[in-house]
Design a binder for this molecule. Structure first.
Ligand code: SD4
Length: 324
């Protein structure tokens, strides 16, 4: 295409958009209101009833979906007894706690922080990256410095308990990712607000005793979390390396876009991982998804995965079906 033809085509393209502003208006409306008269709800990976209720009640009071998800997961980030998220999370093999998180909103905006030390509320920090910087991802020391500049307190995230557990691990120092059967782990939360907007947050300390600098799926948009307000959303937990290889959360949303139910989409995404395994895998991966109508799906490789839902003033923890 020569320059003249290119300019002509571009001009035609732009002017046709200028004469039909309703094209834009319509698209915006669809993006912002996917579920007219939505009943707000919050869902989260694992048994995190306090976190899910915090988000659900905030939604009932009119909070927007993104803020509610960030507020919900903050409960577990601050929970010292949760050794897989936030303060008290298991450190890497050198004894440093480094956290990963991301958020995504109903308009497709997203933010993430990777391998951040000394900051507890990394999902909120990911939201600040999204809202206050021209970037999507900040990693390591840059993310930590940005947090401090935004007024976050630098804290020692290693607790007496997590230090003791790490020192015990050091006696053998044998690193092998393990199947998760604990009742809480990486927290992926999806929220729908009264406006029908869908947003999510995902936060984790990653694999216990990981190599320094290792980052899993949780802060990677499309792997640990993906939201498309005109289709639905998904979150992942488990061995991040396997989720990343199949871009799991994005895959689930795309399968729903093609007409699969949330349950079918989660099952196919798990199958996609298993196709590459020669023997029964000794790792866990689990997915939780909702479509734009609030129909849920969840599936895992091994048993033991649960999710929590808060809707209509009721909070429940649900067992999820698994392949094995
Ligand atoms: C990671 N997906 O860093 C996280 C860890 C996790 O259940 O979810 N564990 O790979």
């Amino acid at each position: 295409m020569n320059r003249k033809v290119f300019i002509e085509r571009t001009t035609i393209g732009i002017s046709s958009l200028l004469v039909s502003p309703s094209l834009f208006a319509k698209k915006k409306a669809i993006l912002q209101k996917p579920y007219p008269n939505a009943t707000p709800f919050a869902i989260a990976t694992w048994n995190v009833q306090k976190a899910t209720t915090t988000a659900g009640q905030a939604l009932d009071q009119g909070m927007n979906a993104l803020d509610a998800a960030v507020q919900g997961v903050a409960v577990e980030e601050a929970n010292l007894l949760n050794s897989t998220v936030g303060k008290g999370g298991a450190p890497d093999r050198d004894g440093n706690v480094s956290l990963d998180a991301c958020v995504m909103d109903s308009n497709g905006n997203c933010g993430a922080v990777l391998a951040v030390e000394n900051i507890t509320h990394v999902a909120a920090l990911a939201k600040e990256v999204m809202e206050k910087t021209p970037h999507v991802i900040l990693a390591g020391e840059g993310a930590r410095k940005f947090a401090i500049s935004q007024g976050y307190q630098a804290e020692d995230l290693l607790t007496e308990e997590s230090k003791k557990a790490w020192q015990k691990w050091l006696e053998e120092g044998h690193y092998q990712p393990e199947i998760n059967v604990e009742n809480h782990d990486t927290i992926g939360m999806l929220c729908v607000d009264k406006e029908g907007a869908l947003s999510g947050a995902c936060t984790t300390s990653g694999l216990a005793y990981k190599m320094k600098g290792r980052v899993g799926d949780s802060p990677i948009i499309g792997s640990g979390l993906f939201v498309d307000n005109s289709v639905g959303a998904a979150v992942a937990t488990g061995l991040g390396e396997e989720v990343i290889k199949t871009v799991g959360s994005f895959l689930i949303v795309e399968l729903m876009r093609q007409g699969k139910s949330p349950q079918e989409a989660c099952e196919e995404a798990i199958q996609r991982i298993l196709e590459k395994q020669k023997t029964k895998p000794d790792f866990q991966v689990a997915y939780l998804a909702t479509n734009k109508n609030g129909v849920l799906g969840a599936y895992s490789i091994h048993s033991g995965f649960t999710y929590t839902i808060y809707k209509n003033n009721k909070c429940q923890n649900i067992n999820v079906k698994s392949i094995f």
